[in-house]
Write a protein that binds this ligand. Structure first.
Ligand SMILES: [Zn+2]
Ligand SMILES: [Zn+2]
Length: 279
């Protein structure tokens, strides 16, 4: 069974346990390695997005940044803290980030400049937003709601299709080590009207082209009672020989390695032969 996770969170983003607590738990589980991948969400208008207040109320608004220079300072400090803390534990700890990919003019250049400045071992892309055509306005993909009228459904479909196109662009950018939760947007109750299988298969195609791995996330089991991704997409990934890594997307120590036995069984059943491992 896979004895590590590269998709985990601490109190540096919206995780509920500290870096020390997560590392100690990984050691307790007998793991030899772990990757910590706190959220990296930088968008100039994120604080104007309609659901931002929910995150303020939950006390996790610090993960939503609108200034690259300020973010850079915080990330440099975080890396120093991470290296110092990780050195205390008998485990190989990788420093990663889970990055939301945005498309407004200038974002990618600023992001590339930031990445050059900050100490890190790997980057995941995990996308949690819908956005306007120019990428300037963003809407949380889980909370976004529309009336189930013909107009409301059409507007939702447009946003959802654009969301999958954005993920494909993130993959194409070549900046990321692996892709998190392809079909996270299934958390939105309106997704059921639009399966978007072809759009998701296009992302698989891009992964294949870029030779980029994809996660099988057990977080879906806790959220929508199914893995991210769904079985048809996981089958497609496997048939294209895209490397797979199991993730727990742990936000608590108790979630580390959660349901990895079920994920292993799913991969075995579908004949997955290609597994991803950092270095
Ligand atoms: Zn995520
Ligand atoms: Zn995550």
């Amino acid at each position: 069974m896979q004895q590590f996770s590269y998709h985990t969170h601490t109190t540096f983003s919206d995780g509920r346990n500290t870096l020390d607590e997560m590392l100690q738990q990984a050691v307790n589980l007998g793991w030899k390695e772990i990757g910590i991948s706190d959220h990296l969400i930088i968008h100039k208008n994120v604080k104007k997005s309609p659901f931002y207040h929910i995150f303020v109320e939950r006390g996790v608004s610090h993960i939503y940044r609108d200034d690259f220079d300020k973010a850079c300072e915080e990330l440099i400090k975080n890396a120093a803290f991470f290296r110092e803390t990780a050195a205390k534990y008998p485990i190989k700890a990788y420093l990663g980030y889970e990055v939301d990919f945005f498309t407004y003019k200038g974002w990618l250049e600023e992001f590339k400049d930031l990445i050059k400045e900050i100490d890190h071992d790997y980057l995941i892309t995990g996308n949690h937003y819908f956005m306007s055509e120019d990428g300037e306005d963003i809407f949380d993909a889980y909370f976004y709601d529309n009336a189930e009228t013909p107009e409301g459904l059409r507007a939702f479909e447009t946003l959802l299709r654009r969301h999958y196109e954005t993920i494909a662009k993130a993959v194409e950018s070549g900046m990321f080590t692996f892709l998190a939760h392809i079909d996270y947007a299934r958390r939105n109750h309106m997704h059921k009207f639009f399966p978007m299988i072809e759009e998701q298969k296009n992302i698989v195609h891009q992964l294949k082209k870029a030779n980029m791995p994809c996660e099988l996330s057990t977080k879906g089991l806790r959220r929508i009672n199914d893995f991210f991704p769904s079985e048809p997409i996981l089958k497609e990934l496997i048939s294209q020989n895209v490397p797979i890594v199991i993730s727990d997307d742990a936000h608590y120590t108790t979630e580390l390695g959660m349901d990895f036995d079920k994920a292993e069984a799913q991969l075995e059943r579908l004949g997955c032969q290609n597994r991803f491992h950092l270095k």
